[in-house]
Design a protein. Structure first.
Length: 597
């Protein structure tokens, strides 16, 4: 089937906007050619998601001059300038996929269950565990209140004790929870725990819920097996949740591939790219209500949702979680505390507004740095090696507190950071996006930076499941905007002392060699598609990724921003004194031409 796909239409039905893109085969490569968008129509008065999808496709029709619709029917296959070969879609409308997970021990099977659910593109509303500190009646009350779309129940390694997981099933049965959509059907429950407990689980839950049994997600302590549970979540998302949401039955009958939850599709394209290019990467989608962080390190994929960190609906939570001081440290001018609090609350009340002045923009980008930083911190805590596994530990490990349940995120091995979502995709200057990611993620050594041009990762994720070439062609050529490479030193020192010497050989043969002092940042233009060679020699107490004082030789990639040399140290510490801090923020902004003079 995938051979003859020359014209593809894809939609992403988001919580507020439905976006459609047209992908066409030009010569022997695929390109994204036209796009349209319209408000999502899952709520009253329309209560039919297909209306928004048709409106966004109509816009593509008008712009491209291609007839795609015949009334409410998508014309397939394509003949000349009429019709398309396939229609695919993703969706997070109606609040996406909301799940509750339960595991016997919170830090072991509980976390494995959470990783399985998050990887499938869901929002995890709560984690129930035998040892979560709540009394039985509190657990039952909580299950009743939540009304999730489905529950993932796990616990115990195969052949181990069954008491804990049976107890959790009894709480579920006692609560008799109702699903969020569709009164006439039972709540789907996936059991992915100790296989010895299956008969007991069946007896307790079979009559009250729609029970599905799949392989254990933690068959042994040393092994996690998330695939079967994730696949089951996807299937049930389509059969149950989507089928109950307004208009989805119709939408599903039009698509040539199963509809995917938006974040699940974004995760899929990240994994595809990581595998194809052999990269370790971190990706983020910063939205109005939530921030999704994705990573692929040594082939292991993780996704986390920071459900309370966003730039409009959840902006007050960013203030609460980061604290005012942490937000103020990024603001390069003097501002009254009450004034900044009022501006943040105004944004929460009017979530669709965009910054009207340069001051507003600087504040908003300061808040974005904190939202990204906190979401990444949360991600690192969940993207860990398996807990409960006995590891051989050396003396140095014993002093390193993160050695048990060690995070898989190794900044020295990170190749690429991809940013998306309004704040990063639509920043007035691309260099602002690059700088926000540098400040929030603090990469070390040489790291490439990129943003998603118009947020088409979901469309490409669902497309990659049926036509990998079309998805990767468009991702590399139209979706990803390469900003360039950053070179960052680990270590701290006194402002002005030598951080590293460098020599950059540009493609035209021009050579720049200089020393960058600690606390400074430098920008060299290097065009998209070009590469330069870097030789750098850090001072003894600084490390450019190979070890303290060790020289590095690397290839640097160009982009719309260029090469950023960052000698501000890691961890990044700003001066405590307010005047000194404002001065240095403005100095960096001037060096990078962040804002108009």
């Amino acid at each position: 089937m995938s051979k003859d796909l020359n014209v593809i239409i894809a939609t992403d039905c988001g919580s507020t906007t439905t976006k459609a893109i047209l992908i066409e085969k030009v010569g022997d490569e695929y390109r994204q050619t036209y796009r349209g968008e319209s408000p999502t129509t899952v709520e009253a008065p329309f209560e039919d998601v297909t209306k928004g999808a048709l409106n966004s496709i109509t816009e593509v029709e008008e712009l491209s001059g291609r007839k795609i619709l015949d009334g409410e029917k998508i014309i397939t296959p394509a003949k000349g300038k009429v019709g398309v070969d396939i229609f695919v879609s993703t969706s997070s409308a109606g609040g996406g996929l909301q799940m509750m997970v339960a595991g016997a021990v919170k830090t072991m099977t509980g976390e494995s269950a959470q990783r399985a659910a998050l990887g499938a593109g869901s929002i995890v509303m709560d984690i129930l565990a035998s040892n979560d500190g709540r009394l039985p009646h509190e657990k039952i009350e909580r299950i009743r209140q939540l009304r999730p779309d489905m529950v993932l129940l796990s616990g115990g390694t195969d052949g181990g004790t069954i008491n804990h997981v049976v107890e959790l099933a009894e709480y579920l049965s006692a609560a008799d929870p109702k699903p969020r959509f569709g009164m006439g059907y039972k709540l789907p429950v996936i059991y992915a725990g100790n296989k010895n407990a299956r008969p007991n689980i069946k007896k307790i839950l079979d009559k009250k819920t729609a029970l599905y049994i799949t392989d254990n997600i933690r068959p042994t302590l040393e092994r996690e097996n998330l695939g079967p549970a994730r696949d089951k979540i996807h299937d049930l998302f389509l059969e149950h949740v989507m089928a109950q949401a307004p208009g989805y039955k119709k939408l599903m009958s039009w698509t040539g591939a199963p509809i995917m939850p938006t974040p699940g599709a974004v995760g899929l394209i990240m994994q595809t790219i990581s595998k194809k290019q052999g990269l370790n990467l971190v990706g983020v989608d910063i939205g109005g209500a939530t921030t999704d962080t994705f990573s692929v390190f040594t082939g292991i994929f993780n996704r986390t949702v920071s459900a309370n960190l966003g730039m409009s609906y959840s902006i007050s939570n960013v203030l609460a979680e980061a604290g005012l001081e942490n937000i103020l440290r990024w603001v390069p001018f003097d501002i009254d505390e009450q004034d900044i609090r009022n501006r943040i609350k105004n944004k929460m009340i009017r979530p669709t507004t965009i910054p009207q002045s340069l001051e507003d923009l600087k504040i908003e980008q300061g808040i974005a740095r904190e939202a990204l930083r906190l979401a990444f911190k949360h991600h690192k805590q969940l993207a860990v090696g398996l807990k409960g596994v006995q590891q051989q530990r050396s003396i140095s490990d014993a002093f390193d507190q993160s050695a048990s349940g060690q995070t898989l995120i190794n900044m020295k091995k990170l190749d690429l950071i991809v940013g998306s979502g309004g704040t990063l995709s639509h920043a007035p200057r691309r260099v602002q996006s690059a700088f926000m990611m540098l400040d929030a993620y603090q990469p070390v050594g040489v790291t490439d930076l990129a943003v998603d041009s118009i947020f088409m990762m979901p469309h490409l994720g669902v497309l990659s499941s049926i036509h990998e070439k079309a998805a990767t062609d468009v991702f590399i050529r139209d979706c990803m905007i390469y900003l360039g490479s950053s070179v960052s030193a680990i270590g701290t020192g006194k402002y002005g002392e030598k951080c590293f010497d460098y020599k950059i050989t540009f493609p035209d043969g021009k050579i720049v060699s200089d020393t960058i002092p600690f606390g400074e940042i430098k920008l060299y233009p290097l065009a998209l598609g070009q590469t330069a060679t870097l030789e750098a020699n850090p001072a003894r107490k600084f490390d450019l990724g190979e070890g303290p004082g060790k020289n590095i030789q690397k290839e640097l990639k160009g982009g719309v921003v260029g090469i950023i040399l960052d000698a501000r140290g890691r961890p990044l510490a700003l001066p405590q004194d307010k005047t000194a801090r404002v001065d240095i923020l403005n100095k960096w902004a001037k060096e990078l031409k962040l804002y108009p003079e």
